[in-house]
Design a protein around this ligand. Structure first.
Ligand SMILES: Nc1ncnc2c1ncn2[C@@H]1O[C@H](COP(=O)(O)OP(=O)(O)OP(=O)(O)O)[C@@H](O)[C@H]1O
Ligand SMILES: [Mg+2]
Length: 508
């Protein structure tokens, strides 16, 4: 007798159907799981056996074989406990109901409780796409699964409850797709709290409007971290598709706050500088999304940039370019998306006061050079806007009038994004920062006067060809913020300012 139950597996941010087949034959009692199971799947045997016995079911005697099909993909994690248990109950005749239109997902405790698993959202989406009617998920994951409309989501606390529901003794209540809990705004953060720093705030606005990466350089306590943390408050609202994409990644990483269905706020990730390259871009034997993917559609903030290891900075190069990370493992190749705004902050030297003019820098020229050279050149190349954050003046700090609130800045950012959406309607580009070099002159056409300004700056300041394309893209964004189709001299002059630190600190 062979019974087959439907489950789901995960591959990157996508899910696929797994058929859990159970068969029993005469012979010495044994319980084998085949179909490329990892250690957690193999341990299912003990959990399922104990859960059945502790909940009053009989564990079938004989040689039991469980096969997880397709057999050529590695199965990871404890999520197959529940379908294995249902297959055994059916195979041994303890449960005789039709389950062809249902998918079961869940980890079991020894006592028969159903524990949460990672990746419920992508698995529910796939279940719906295939056309199943019902999905049974752990109670703790129910909010996440309920996002998918058009499928019955049943939250399960324990296997007795599930059994009673299946035989029709005590039907369970479906999760209500209308009652979605979304992540809440962090109303504590607002740009109105940042006093002074007009140039830096303007730079953050341009970055948000055109999708540019930013580097903030300044002495300790000047508000760099404050500026970065408030960036999500001026980014455009996420579309529903973006919310789903971001939530999928967080679902797989198992870091969705309990009871939350959907991540509706742009993520802000601020990993400590001791993070490993793998932690940053993802990896491990069972590849997990890294911080850059967890920041997908939001902000990745690298505070104290020179303290990050050279390798950590280097691994960011390709993902920043491609907006996705590909991780190759023996078990297969996975791709996680990572469309992010990168914000980096740093002091200009080990003591923090080099070139700031407020306090005397106590570092030797050599140690300043060494400190600055820790920032990887290729990473610097991927950051369009470099801005100095000087110490705040007393008059600014003691000013009782709040600065411009984030909502007002956001309105301008939103308007600039509308212009870009229209401009890039027929291409793959999302915003100005992503204009490829081949299309630079098509999208960033300068007026004659603006061209003269750039020409003069180029000769006078000795700008590099790299700086040239960045200035063009930034000018485009500044013109968009100004609602001007034409790029004017003022737009170019402002953009040139955001490249001055290159020469001041790095001689580039
Ligand atoms: N522009 C500002 N307006 C209001 N408060 C400020 C400003 N800048 C700094 N502060 C105050 O100083 C504290 C430290 O600021 P923040 O952590 O942003 O500095 P930082 O530039 O990141 O310093 P470090 O280089 O040491 O990381 C803030 O919590 C805030 O109380
Ligand atoms: Mg800081």
């Amino acid at each position: 007798m062979v019974e087959s139950i439907h489950g789901m597996g995960l591959m990157g941010i996508e899910a696929y159907k797994v058929d859990v087949e159970a068969a029993i034959s005469q012979g010495i009692p044994a319980f084998d799981v085949v179909g490329l199971p990892d250690a957690a799947v193999k341990e299912s045997r003990e959990r399922v056996k104990s859960a059945m016995r502790n909940c009053g079911f009989e564990f079938p005697l004989g040689h039991i074989t469980v096969n997880l099909a397709p057999a050529d993909i590695k199965k990871v994690g404890p999520l197959y406990d529940l379908p294995i248990l249902i297959a055994l109950l059916k195979m041994s005749g303890q449960l005789s109901v039709q389950t062809d239109d249902s998918v079961f997902i869940g980890e079991l405790s020894l006592g028969g409780e159903v524990h949460s698993v990672n990746g419920i959202l992508p698995m529910t989406i796939e279940t719906f796409k295939i056309g199943f009617k019902n999905i049974y998920v752990p109670y703790a994951n129910c909010a996440e699964a309920a996002v998918v409309k058009g499928i019955n989501v049943f939250p399960i606390k324990n296997i007795v409850e599930l059994f009673d529901h299946l035989i029709g003794r005590r039907p369970l209540k479906r999760a209500d797709p209308e009652k979605l809990t979304v992540t809440q705004d962090d109303f504590d953060l607002d740009y109105s709290q940042v006093k002074g720093q007009f140039e830096a705030k303007r730079a953050m606005e341009i970055a948000a409007a055109g999708g540019h990466n930013v580097l903030l350089v300044g002495p300790p306590g000047s508000g760099k971290s404050m500026l970065a943390k408030r960036m999500p408050t001026i980014l455009p609202d996420m579309t529903f598709d973006e919310m789903i994409e971001t939530t999928k990644i967080h679902s797989i990483a198992g870091c969705i706050p309990s009871g939350v269905s959907l991540i509706s706020q742009r993520p802000f990730r601020s990993p400590h500088h001791t993070i490993s390259p793998m932690g940053l871009v993802g990896g491990g034997t069972i590849p997990r999304p890294g911080e850059i993917s967890l920041a997908h559609n939001g902000v990745l903030f690298l505070d104290e940039l020179p303290e990050f290891s050279r390798q950590s900075m280097e691994v960011l190069r390709q993902p920043l370019e491609d907006c996705s990370v590909t991780i190759a493992r023996v078990s297969g190749t996975l791709t996680y998306p990572c469309r992010i705004s990168l914000v980096c902050a740093m002091n200009p030297c080990p003591c923090g006061y080099y070139g700031t003019g407020v306090k005397k820098c106590t570092c030797s020229q050599q140690s300043v050079m060494k400190y600055l050279s820790k920032v990887s050149g290729p990473l610097l190349d991927r950051i369009d806007i470099h801005v100095e954050v000087p110490p705040v003046k007393y008059e600014e700090l003691s000013d009782y009038v709040p600065s411009e609130p984030s909502v007002d800045i956001k309105k301008r950012v939103d308007a600039a994004r509308v212009i870009q959406n229209e401009r890039f309607r027929n291409c793959e580009i999302a915003c100005n920062a992503h204009i490829p070099s081949g299309k630079l002159h098509e999208f960033c056409r300068l007026s004659d006067a603006a061209d003269k300004v750039l020409h003069r700056a180029f000769d006078k300041l000795g700008l590099s060809s790299r700086a040239y394309s960045k200035i063009l893209k930034m000018s485009r964004t500044i013109a968009d913020l100004d609602d001007s189709e034409e790029i004017k001299p003022a737009h170019v002059s402002e953009a040139v300012q955001y490249r001055s630190l290159d020469r001041k600190y790095w001689n580039r």
